[in-house]
Design a protein around this ligand. Structure first.
Ligand code: GBH
Length: 471
């Protein structure tokens, strides 16, 4: 299964006040001064709430086989909680979206949660920090969606990038809800407890919903469910240095194994236990039973590679990534890849192939779905429209990365079965606002969100036709 496409609710929909939608933590976060580039917000975004049909027609024209999107919890249950009313209009929006995708021959793949928690749940009980309440409300929300859509939708993602929700939402404060409150508490580390608590709660919520899906919905309608993690490939800064090689392991474990080890092995990775001690929550037997073996597929978002150097001794800065220093240059002064618009994103297709192999080896050849992969282009937002549409850099990126994935599949026997490009269209890039563009479709934000296919949109159909066969 290959797709040209992927989007998420808050990043594309807009219409934040319409048809009974309640506010999410992202609506609240965007009002905080200094949090989002140029003070942007998702009020209008790509206006996809009103243009879903136009977008599906575009997908069809691009030859997309699948479309991954996320559901806005606060559109469906405006206050979010299990005793709060369901907003029928919000639910109908997604039912119609799915029906229209299916009618167009496009397979829907749904993420239940891509960061936009109903704001009320954050206010009511601390949102993701409150295990008991959060899990119960998430279960209720998932049931509402499964009841409406599981007969039609065969691919489900419980959470997108729990690392981002935990670390960026509760430690660096870069993403909503923007908490940084317990940084620098203790001398033996940066002292943060909240990211590890949130990560744990997300895993328990994931495992609980997977169990319900498997017991109550899968037997009736089939379908698959899993979690999507994010992870860059880590390459040692000095390959001769054992310490740098170890730093790479720490980096990978703190990014990916934090969530994948409990799911595949039933415990946290050893580097995290060693570094975080009792700040890492303990697994109860009941929780292990819920979380272990809870992936039907391994969802992986991947963008780039970095060099990694040992950095023991500066824990206050790097605790959350594994006490490592992340660099773009190796010891010889070589850059990992060309510059993009995003400071964090340095492409390296070889790194992608290595990552796929690492996942496959460590987790016993799981079925992998690449649920996001793509790039911004340096200066793209400043180009006149005609030039922005000639995004050769992005075309090259996709060719290289999909080529590397095809090699991993063909020569390394990695069981990678789906690929979704980020993104079908330029959209609200969280803290980067609208200044960074990732789309294969240009959105003219100045002119009524008009859509223009970029060269990469055309290129993608050809790339897929070359490498990937159905399903
Ligand atoms: C994806 O995350 C998101 O899932 C998607 O919604 C988003 O639009 C896309 O990225 C493109 O930005 O200061 O080093 O913490 C990708 C993983 C992890 C990439 C956090 C950006 C922030 C830089 N992201 N990282 S850092």
């Amino acid at each position: 299964m290959a797709s040209l496409s992927f989007t998420t609710s808050y990043q594309i929909e807009g219409a934040v006040d319409e048809d009974g939608r309640g506010p999410s933590i992202w609506d609240a976060f965007c009002t905080k001064p200094g949090k989002i580039a140029s003070g942007h917000n998702g009020d209008v975004a790509c206006d996809s709430y009103h243009r879903a049909e136009e977008d599906i027609a575009l997908l069809k024209r691009y030859g997309a086989m699948a479309y991954r999107f996320s559901i806005s919890w606060s559109r469906v249950i405006p206050f979010g909680g299990r005793n709060d009313p369901v907003n029928e209009q919000g639910l109908q929006y997604y039912i119609k979206l799915v029906d229209n995708l299916l009618a167009a021959g496009i397979t829907p793949l749904i993420a239940l949660f891509h960061w936009d928690l109903p704001d009320e749940l954050d206010k009511r009980y601390g949102g993701l920090l409150n295990k008991q309440e959060f899990v119960a409300d998430y279960v209720n929300y998932a049931r509402v969606i499964f009841n409406a859509l599981s007969p039609k939708v065969k691919y489900w993602i419980t959470f997108n990038e729990p690392w981002c929700s935990s670390v960026l939402g509760y430690n660096t404060g870069m993403l909503a809800p923007g908490r940084t409150s317990d940084r620098s508490k203790s001398p033996e580390g940066d002292g943060a407890t909240e990211p590890w608590i949130v990560g744990h709660n997300l895993l328990v919520a994931h495992g609980t919903v997977v169990k319900i899906f498997r017991e109550e919905y899968q037997p009736l309608y089939g379908g698959e469910i899993g979690i999507t993690l994010n992870g860059d490939w880590a390459e040692p800064w000095d390959p001769e240095s054992a310490a740098d090689v170890e730093a790479c392991d720490r980096r990978m474990e703190f990014a990916i194994s934090w969530f994948a080890d409990p799911i595949y092995f039933g415990h946290y990775p050893k580097t995290m236990i060693a570094q975080l001690g009792n700040r890492l929550p303990q697994w109860t037997d009941k929780e292990v039973a819920l979380v272990k073996d809870s992936n039907d597929f391994f969802g992986m978002n991947h963008y780039c590679s970095t060099f990694v150097k040992t950095e023991i001794g500066k824990p206050e800065r790097t605790d959350t990534v594994g006490n490592v220093d992340i660099l773009l240059q190796n010891k010889a002064g070589e850059w990992i890849g060309p510059e993009t618009q995003s400071t964090w994103l340095r492409p390296s297709a070889i790194g992608f192939r290595k990552l796929l192999n690492w996942l496959s080896d460590r987790y016993g050849q799981p079925k992998i779905y690449v649920t996001e992969n793509g790039t911004s282009v340096k200066g793209e937002n400043d180009l006149p429209l005609e030039q922005a549409l000639k995004d050769d850099f992005r075309v090259q990126y996709f060719e290289d990365y999909i080529g590397a994935m095809a090699e991993a599949y063909t020569y390394d026997k990695v069981n990678v079965r789906a690929y979704m490009a980020w993104s079908m269209m330029d959209n609200f890039e969280w803290a980067e606002g609208y200044e960074t563009r990732f789309g294969v479709t240009f959105i003219d934000y100045q002119n009524n969100q008009k859509r223009y296919p970029k060269a990469s949109a055309t290129a993608m159909s050809n790339i897929f036709a070359k490498y990937i066969k159905n399903p």
